[in-house]
Ligand binder design. Structure first.
Ligand SMILES: [Zn+2]
Length: 160
């Protein structure tokens, strides 16, 4: 260890070129004045962050934000065709009920279609209208068919 580095005595201020004691006053060389041995700054071994935790991109289960207005529009659209068809069938069943009960199949179709429209979530009252008209058509058709059949039977019977 070389000690001939210059150091200034803190006690008397004399400049010393060597030794551990001041040549002027004899006081010991203070530790602080010692040639600062460049402390080998032990670069702390930056440990390779080996366990860089694999950041698994958390699957963000974002709640499907159903835009409310859009959903409403959709639900109005869903079953709309069925609703219209059921109402059309119901009206047709009433119209055709006077034609030898031909309206009955339409009424049945109207009932099925109105049920499907409601099941599809159609919000309007059109399926209900289709259901009512279908029932009316079926009843009218059945009554008229019954009367016709009775007439036919009566006719057949009377023919004998
Ligand atoms: Zn001194």
């Amino acid at each position: 260890m070389e000690n001939n580095s210059n150091w200034i005595c803190p006690t008397c201020g004399a400049a010393n070129t060597s030794g551990k004691f001041c040549v002027n006053c004899g006081s010991a060389m203070p530790e602080a004045a010692a040639p600062v041995q460049a402390e080998p700054v032990q670069a702390e071994p930056v440990q390779p962050v080996q366990e860089a935790q694999p950041v698994y991109a958390q699957p963000v289960y974002s709640e499907p934000v159903y835009a409310q207005p859009a959903a409403q529009t959709t639900s109005f659209k869903t079953g709309m065709g069925l609703a219209i068809a059921s109402l059309a069938c119901g009206v047709m069943s009433i119209c055709l009920s006077y034609c030898y009960g031909f309206g009955i199949p339409f009424g049945i179709a109207g009932l099925i279609l109105s049920g499907k429209a409601v099941a599809a979530g159609h919000p309007s009252k059109m399926p209900l209208a289709g259901k009512i008209t279908s029932i009316v058509g079926i009843v009218l058709g059945a009554v008229l068919l019954f009367i016709i059949l009775m007439g036919v039977i009566a006719g057949v019977v009377s023919d004998r």
